[in-house]
Ligand binder design. Structure first.
Ligand code: MLC
Ligand code: AMP
Length: 517
C-alpha cells in the first residue's frame, strides 16, 4: 500500500542536517529538526499506546486540543497526524458551553487542555465519553509531556490514504450549531504542495509565525509552508507588532490577518530598511483595505500578497507571487482583489438564477478542487445543502471575477462578521442575548472598525415593562461566550426595523451604526 501521511511528507522535507535550528522562540529557545522528529515520535507513541477501542464507523480517534500557543502544541498537532489520529483544534477563547458542544459533537477519545482549565474541561470531556484528558501548558509543563517522556523517540508514521481524515475544524453556522469541516491528509498536503510552488518558497526562507494555531491560517498555511520548505520559523506566542518588525531583518516571509498589518503600520520602527530582507508579506482571512495595502507599500516598499480561503477549502485564490505569464507577465498583485483561482481550483460565480454570471458581474462564489473538504462531521444534510448537484461547494461569499481572472470579494450571503480574522455568527450571539432576562429580541450586525476591520454591535428590544442595561447584558454574555464574539456595544431600542415580510432589515442597522468607530 502506498504510504501517504501528511506528516511523512512534511518529515521528508526536513533538511539533511537535523541538528540545524527549526524553530527559535521569542523566549530564546531553539528547537532543532531532530527535536521535532523525536518529540512527535514520543507523543505519537503515547497516543498509540492508549487503550482506545476502534469505533464502529472506522474513523480514527479524535484528539481535541484547547491550549495556549506553544511549540509543543504544534508538535502535538504533528504527532497526532503521525499517529494516524484526527486533530481537532479549539480556540483558547472558547468557554464551557462552547467546549461542551464541540466535545459532545466530535466525541474525542483524547482531550488536551491547559492545567488551569483542567477541572472544568475534564468534567465535560469525560461526560462526552473521552477516555484520556492530558494537560499541556505554554511553559513546557503538563501531563502530556510527562507521560510522553517515557516513550521511544522512534516511531513509524501511520499509513494513510489521501481521503483519510486528518483534522476537523469547527466553523459556526448561520443557523443552528457549529459544523465540523472534515479535512483529509490529501486536502491538506495537496494545498501545501501547491502553495510551496505558487508562493515561490525558496532555500533560506525564514517565516515569522505570529498567528494563533487553532485555525487554517496559522495551523496549516503557515506551519505547512515552513515545514515543507525545511524553513526555520521565528515563533511568537502572541502577536506583538514591535517584535515582528524587530525580527524582519532575520526573516523573509510573514503571514497575517489585516489587523496585524494595521497594527504594524502604527509603529514608527516600520521602515523600508527594516523590511529590506523580507521577500513576501501575505494577508488573508479577512478583507484587506486598499488603504492598508497602499500604505504598506509606501512604508516598506513591499506589495502585500492577498489571498482568500476558508476552513472548508483551505486556500482558494491568491494574487500572483511573480507577474503572471498568462498575461504577458503583466499580472500584478492588485489591492482590493484576492487574485486568481489557485492551480487546481475551479471557481465560478453564480447568479440568483443558478446560472454562471458573465465576467465582471456579482454573484455567489462556488468552488471545487483538491483542497475542498469532504463534508461536515456527522451532518450529511448540512453537507448536501452546501454543495451543488455537480459537486461545487457554495462558499457563502459574494464576489466577481474580471476579464483577466482576478477575483474580488464584495460581501457575504451568509450572516457572518469577520472581526480581526475571527468569525462571529450573529445568529449565535442573538440566541444567547434573547435568553437573558428582560430581552424580547435582538439583532447583531457588523460595522467597520479601524483595528479589527469589522466588529459586532447589538440592538436589543426589551420585554414589555422591562429596562435591561446594555453594558450589563454584555457582561452577562461574557460569562458564556468567547471574548472576541462579544458585541462591542449594545443599544436598547423600542423596535427593530422590519420589511413587509417581517424580516429584520439588518442593512438599515448597519447603515445607521457604520460610522460609530
Ligand atoms: C481580541 N479581541 C477581539 C479580537 N481579538 N475582538 C474582536 N475581534 C478579535 N479578533 C478583544 C478581546 O475580546 C479582548 O476584549 C481584547 O480584544 C484583548 O484581547 P487579546 O486577546 O489581548 O487581543 P489581541 O491579542 O490584541 O488579539 C488581537 C489579534 C487576534 C488580532 C492579534 O484577534 C488574532 O490573533 N487574530 C487572528 C485570527 C486568525 O488567525 N484568524 C485566521 C482564521 S483562518 P476584552 O473586552 O475581553 O478585554 C481563516 C481562513 C483563511 O479565516 O482564509 O485564513
Ligand atoms: P473561516 O471559516 O474562518 O475559514 O473563514 C473563511 C471566510 O473568511 C471566507 O469565507 C471569507 O468570507 C473570509 N476570507 C478569507 N480570506 C479573505 C480575504 N482575503 N478577503 C475577504 N474575505 C476573506
Amino acid at each position: 500500500m502506498k504510504h501517504y501521511n501528511l506528516f511523512t511528507a512534511l518529515r521528508a522535507a526536513f533538511p539533511a542536517d537535523l541538528n540545524s535550528p527549526a524553530i527559535e522562540t521569542d523566549e530564546g529557545l531553539t528547537y532543532s529538526w531532530r527535536d521535532l522528529d523525536r518529540a512527535t515520535a514520543m507523543i505519537a507513541n503515547l497516543l498509540q499506546s492508549l487503550d482506545i477501542p476502534p469505533s464502529s464507523d472506522g474513523v480514527p480517534p479524535r484528539v481535541a486540543v484547547q491550549v495556549e500557543k506553544s511549540v509543543e502544541a504544534m508538535i502535538l498537532y504533528l504527532a497526532t497526524l503521525r499517529a494516524g489520529f484526527v486533530f481537532l483544534p479549539l480556540n483558547t477563547a472558547y468557554q464551557s458551553a462552547e467546549i461542551e458542544y464541540f466535545v459532545g459533537n466530535a466525541e474525542p477519545a483524547v482531550v488536551v487542555c491547559s492545567s488551569k482549565s483542567f477541572n472544568w474541561v475534564s468534567k465535560l470531556a469525560f461526560k462526552a465519553g473521552a477516555r484520556h484528558v492530558f494537560t499541556l501548558n505554554d511553559d513546557r509543563t503538563g501531563s502530556l509531556l510527562e507521560r510522553a517522556s517515557h516513550f521511544s523517540d522512534q516511531q513509524a508514521p501511520a499509513v494513510k490514504q489521501p481521503g483519510d481524515l486528518a483534522a476537523i475544524l469547527y466553523t459556526s453556522g448561520t443557523t443552528g450549531r457549529s459544523k465540523g469541516a472534515m479535512l483529509s491528509h490529501g486536502n491538506l498536503l495537496s494545498n501545501a504542495l501547491m502553495l510551496k510552488e505558487y508562493w515561490g518558497w525558496q532555500p533560506g526562507d525564514v517565516l515569522i509565525h505570529a498567528l494563533p494555531i487553532f485555525h487554517v491560517h496559522g495551523l496549516f498555511v503557515a506551519i505547512h509552508g515552513a515545514l515543507l520548505n525545511g524553513s526555520k520559523m521565528l515563533w511568537m506566542g502572541k502577536f506583538d507588532p514591535k517584535r515582528v518588525i524587530e525580527e524582519m531583518p532575520r526573516a523573509t516571509v510573514f503571514m497575517g490577518v489585516p489587523t496585524l498589518y494595521v497594527r504594524m503600520l502604527a509603529e514608527t520602527s516600520l521602515t523600508p530598511a527594516q523590511a529590506a530582507n523580507m521577500r513576501l508579506f501575505i494577508s488573508g482571512s479577512a478583507p484587506l483595505l486598499l488603504e492598508t495595502f497602499n500604505e504598506w507599500r509606501e512604508r516598506t516598499g513591499h506589495t502585500i500578497l492577498e489571498r482568500y480561503g476558508m476552513s472548508e477549502t483551505i486556500m482558494l485564490t491568491s494574487n500572483p507571487y511573480l507577474p503572471d505569464a498568462r498575461f504577458g507577465n503583466q499580472g500584478e498583485r492588485r489591492g482590493g482583489t484576492v487574485g486568481f483561482p489557485l492551480p487546481g481550483v475551479q471557481l465560478r460565480v453564480q447568479g440568483e438564477s443558478g446560472e454562471p454570471t458573465p465576467k465582471g458581474e456579482i454573484g455567489g462564489i462556488q468552488v471545487a478542487g483538491p483542497g475542498v473538504f469532504s463534508g461536515y462531521w456527522r451532518m450529511p444534510e448540512k453537507t448536501a445543502e452546501e454543495f451543488t448537484p455537480d459537486g461545487f461547494f457554495k462558499t457563502g461569499d459574494v464576489g466577481l471575477q474580471d476579464e483577466r481572472g482576478y477575483v474580488t470579494i464584495v460581501g457575504r450571503s451568509k450572516d457572518l462578521i469577520i472581526s480581526g480574522g475571527y468569525n462571529v455568527y450573529p445568529a449565535e450571539i442573538e440566541g444567547y442575548l434573547n435568553e437573558l432576562p428582560g430581552v424580547a429580541e435582538s439583532a447583531v450586525v457588523g460595522v467597520p472598525h479601524p483595528d479589527f476591520g469589522e466588529v459586532g454591535i447589538a440592538v436589543v428590544i426589551p420585554k414589555p415593562g422591562q429596562q435591561p442595561d446594555g453594558e450589563a447584558l454584555l457582561t452577562q454574555l461574557k460569562a458564556g461566550l468567547a471574548n472576541f464574539k462579544i458585541p462591542k456595544r449594545c443599544f436598547i431600542e423600542a423596535e427593530l426595523p422590519r420589511n413587509t415580510m417581517g424580516k429584520v432589515q439588518k442593512n438599515l442597522l448597519r447603515e445607521r451604526f457604520k460610522g460609530m468607530f
